[in-house]
Design a protein around this ligand. Structure first.
Ligand code: ZN
Ligand code: ZN
Length: 300
């Protein structure tokens, strides 16, 4: 199971108690940070997220509301004597920005910061519990979305049946991989006699700043959960497109066409104090929608 905690939900300017974009995605083994707007480490303290547990950070693009909190976070990790490797997946120019900031401060990090530049669509990280892919979205500057797919392709053993066929426990991992068992007499025990289909592999798709583009639908198809930006309500469709952002109608249309399980909307413009209309408009097209309220944890 995946767990997604919203740390920041607003667009460029923090307003009405809402902060720029950041999210934490957890599995049983991995802690991943997605975007890191200004104030993200304060949000982590508020929601009791341990910085030391984060080993992978994904930055969608180089507008400040998605990464201005990053150098501060990295500096705090250094001051706390972090020693574990930190993997950073981001647009290539971010490496120069970080290097310059460390250089002018005469600072060296006590841990390895391993930089992975984003480029072509495809798999960017193969983690113990997840496969992470990136895909280009349609923004004013280069911008990537991310898809996080759980690795749970193993079959589940039915212990009573495995015992009945006297299959030794040291063969169980091969049963989980789908192998048949051949006993001492040469009799084949078909795998489906002693196992059943394993747990569902959940998929989360994060669509960063973008205007509507039909290619995104294919990239996020059949996700259990999609996060999609809704900077504006539907009466500002033209403005949204001219600024390479989306409305409630765009987000709901993508979720519907992609056959998503659930949709979370965020990246709200600081013009809006109340968010009810975002939810109402989106639900008119895609019912299973929720607002990205900071501190909320979504189980996927
Ligand atoms: Zn933004
Ligand atoms: Zn942007």
């Amino acid at each position: 199971m995946l767990a997604l905690t919203i740390l920041g939900s607003n667009s460029a300017i923090a307003a009405f108690g809402r902060n720029p974009t950041s999210q934490l995605l957890q599995t049983n083994e991995d802690f991943l940070l997605i975007d890191c707007g200004e104030g993200t480490q304060m949000q982590m303290s508020k929601f009791k997220v341990k910085k030391s547990k984060i080993n992978h950070i994904f930055i969608s693009h180089l507008h400040g509301d998605h990464y201005f909190g990053l150098v501060g976070l990295i500096s705090s990790m250094a001051l706390q004597n972090r020693s574990n490797d930190l993997h950073l997946y981001a647009p290539p120019p971010l490496k120069d920005i970080i290097d310059l900031q460390l250089k002018v401060a005469d600072a060296t990090l006590p841990f390895n910061l391993l930089f992975h530049g984003l480029g072509e669509d495809g798999v960017i990280a193969d983690l113990p519990t997840l496969t992470v892919s990136s895909f280009k979205v349609c923004h004013r500057i280069d911008c990537w979305g991310f898809k996080f797919k759980e690795k749970t392709n193993l079959r589940s053993i039915v212990p009573a049946r495995a015992k009945a066929y006297e299959i030794p426990p040291d063969f169980y991992s091969r049963l989980q991989s789908g192998e048949d068992y051949v006993n001492a007499k040469g009799t084949i025990i078909p795998n489906d006699q002693v196992t059943v289909e394993g747990p569902h592999a959940s998929q989360y798709a994060y669509c960063a700043d973008t205007k509507f583009h039909k290619s995104i639908v294919e990239c996020v198809k059949n996700s259990d959960l999609i996060y999609y930006e809704t900077t504006y309500l539907k009466d500002r469709q033209e403005l949204a497109e001219s600024r390479y952002h989306s409305t409630t109608v765009d987000a709901a249309s993508v979720a519907k066409a992609a056959k998503a399980g659930k949709l979370i909307i965020g990246h709200f413009s600081s013009k809006y104090e109340q968010l009810e209309n975002f939810l109402t408009e989106t639900k008119e097209i895609f019912t299973n929608t929720e607002l990205a309220i900071e501190g909320t944890c979504f189980k996927i």
